[in-house]
Design a protein around this ligand. Structure first.
Ligand code: B12
Ligand code: SF4
Length: 517
């Protein structure tokens, strides 16, 4: 059977990274089937084109995965596939929580023939076999022989054949730049960010987050060997195709077990499997100097920290009191001293927020080493404790906000400001952090660092800007480049002064070298 795995576009940004679930399920598909992957963020498709594709390619089963914010598009695409008589199975965090919605059991129309609840590593092969036999069930639940919920162990993690998988849709370097980059130096034909997981689960249970409910509070890890082998495979691929590969460790809290993280990082270093990597780690776990040393030595470049708020009352309210705003600056300095920078994520519209929260947060941020601040709004995702709390209190203004997804729009009223005021705070956060002046200031403040780092932060800021300010087309990019021309020219001038080749940091093919320090 020919199977299509499809991830809908998010409608806001182009994907900088493919979704892991597609590659994982492809690797877990029983032999004898052909699996094709389409990520709508890289290959945009509408209802008509997916229906045509399914017909022309003789697809026998379509698997669709989606987060809450893409679910409306996912349902529309599923409807189009089912209309041409092909079965659709849906999975992922949203339909796990809202299976009745996907199956049309809540009074709405049906979008999926089958729904895979939770982690589908063990149920997917059964789904494929049932689809072949024509005996698809409505719901697949990962349970053991006694009917108890079972979280898959990651000890026998499948080998994802990164050396063979077609990744043409995930080259971040625009074709127009290829000739120029080839002249800059070998190793810049492609640049990909690849998702790798080393473990699943987070016990912290923050009120707004789906992770503890979905993956459970017991944490499961892959073996160090399996992660290291995956990195070696990716590194070899980058070398072979004359390109760059960076890895996003998508674990929700990469250092949740510090001892184990250190042992993994040591093994990565020992095997010379370093690639440049990004990971999510909560601030409290970055107190450990040895951990941060190992992050640097193993290729860690950016750490995503869910800071959420600089107000301890807000943090306590959402059960994230383990974040201590008083130590944010120390943590960020500790990283920056090793040339590791932070993506700092904030949520506005929390219950103790009042107008002016953006400016108060920006004032703090300005005292920190430059990084990548991002600002979002408190969002009640289905089945989270936050959703239940707001629903019980009658505070949801758009209880089914996913049916009509609007980027950066609240679905409930915060306690101490209006919805419009909360939206305005987010706008202030983005406008101040990603204006040409702010970007120039961030790049200039790294004047004592190697040129590669300043180029890194410039490119990262220009890309991150697109999360809030629409930057999808060529024209939008051209405008951004023009607005930031002063900073760009400054770096080009310095690059030619020192030799452009020396200035461009190698992302994946080199371990961390003296030049990077
Ligand atoms: C990596 C990641 C991202 C990446 C983007 C996704 C990517 N390219 O990989 C980045 C960093 C950009 C991102 C951004 C956001 N993310 Co995010 N992200 C994740 C993260 C950490 C890992 C995803 C992953 O690969 N997991 C590992 C795989 C194996 O698990 P999985 O995807 O769930 O797949 C398994 C099952 O769900 C199932 N399955 C999934 N799909 C399908 C399909 C079929 C057909 C079947 C059968 C089974 C199946 O099988 C898989 C194997 O068991 C998750 C948290 C998590 N640990 O999952 C959050 C998560 C998915 N993100 C979340 C959110 C909210 C966001 C943001 C909205 C945050 C924000 N406020 O801005 C943005 C929006 C992004 C956008 N513009 O669309 C939520 C989604 C909750 C929800 N109900 O939708 C999660 C769960 C985290 C959370 N805090 O709750 N994210
Ligand atoms: S620490 Fe992160 S992953 Fe864990 S529950 Fe809190 S927000 Fe979710």
């Amino acid at each position: 059977m020919k199977i299509l795995l499809y991830n809908p576009d998010n409608g806001v940004t182009r994907n900088f990274m493919p979704h892991l679930w597609m590659f994982l399920l492809q690797a877990l598909t029983p032999p004898g089937h052909e699996v094709v992957l389409i990520d709508g963020n890289a290959q945009p498709m509408d209802e008509e084109s997916i229906a045509r594709y399914v017909r022309e390619q003789n697809i026998g089963l379509v698997g669709i995965g989606a987060m809450t914010r893409m679910i409306a598009k996912a349902y529309r695409m599923a409807d189009a596939v089912r209309a041409v008589g092909v079965k659709v199975v849906m999975g992922g965090p949203h339909v796990t929580e809202m299976a009745d919605e996907a199956l049309g059991r809540d009074g709405g129309s049906r979008h999926a023939d089958a729904v895979a609840l939770g982690e589908a590593d063990e149920t997917w092969p059964r789904i494929v076999e049932d689809a072949v036999r024509g005996t698809l069930k409505d719901v697949y639940v990962p349970v053991d022989d006694f009917g108890q919920e079972r979280k898959p162990s990651l000890q026998s993690y499948p080998d994802i054949p990164w050396d063979k998988i077609k990744l043409d849709q995930f080259n971040l370097l625009p074709g127009i730049l290829h000739p120029l980059l080839k002249r800059v130096g070998a190793g810049w034909g492609t640049f990909r960010i690849i998702p790798v997981e080393s473990g699943r689960g987070c016990p912290y249970g923050c009120e707004f987050c789906t992770v503890t409910g979905f993956f459970g509070d017991s944490i499961r890890f892959r073996t160090n060997e399996s992660v290291v082998n995956e990195l070696l495979l990716l590194k070899a691929r980058a070398r072979e195709e004359g390109g760059q590969i960076a890895v996003f460790f998508i674990d929700d809290n990469f250092a949740i077990n510090v001892k184990r993280t250190k042992s993994l990082l040591r093994d990565i270093i020992a095997a010379n499997a370093q690639v440049h990597w990004v990971a999510q780690i909560s601030a409290n776990l970055l107190r450990d100097e040895e951990l941060v040393d190992l992050i640097e030595a193993s290729g860690g470049k950016w750490i995503f920290i869910g800071m959420e708020s600089i107000d301890p009352a807000n943090l306590a309210d959402v059960k994230k009191g383990f974040n201590k705003p008083g130590e944010y600056a120390v943590v960020l300095d500790r990283l920056a001293r090793r040339n590791v920078f932070a993506i700092t994520s904030f949520i506005f519209g929390m219950d103790n927020d009042t107008p002016g929260v953006a400016e108060r947060t920006l004032k703090e941020i300005r005292t920190w080493p430059p990084g990548l601040p991002i600002f979002g709004l408190m969002t009640p995702l289905p089945a989270t404790p936050l959703y239940k709390k707001l629903e019980a209190a009658g505070r949801l203004t758009r209880p089914k906000h996913w049916q009509e997804f609007i980027p950066f729009a609240m679905a409930h009223t915060p306690l101490k400001m209006s919805i419009d005021e909360a939206h305005n705070e987010v706008r202030i956060g983005w406008a101040n952090s990603y204006s040409p002046e702010a970007i120039e200031k961030a790049v200039d403040s790294l004047n004592h660092k190697p040129l590669g780092y300043r180029i890194n932060i410039l490119i990262a800021r220009l890309c991150f800007r697109g999360i809030y300010f629409p930057q999808m087309g060529r024209f939008a990019w051209l405008k951004t480049i023009l607005e930031n021309r002063r900073t760009i020219f400054k770096l080009i001038k310095q690059g030619f002064g020192g030799g452009l080749h020396a200035a461009v940091p190698s992302v994946a093919t080199e371990p961390v070298t003296e030049q990077n320090h």
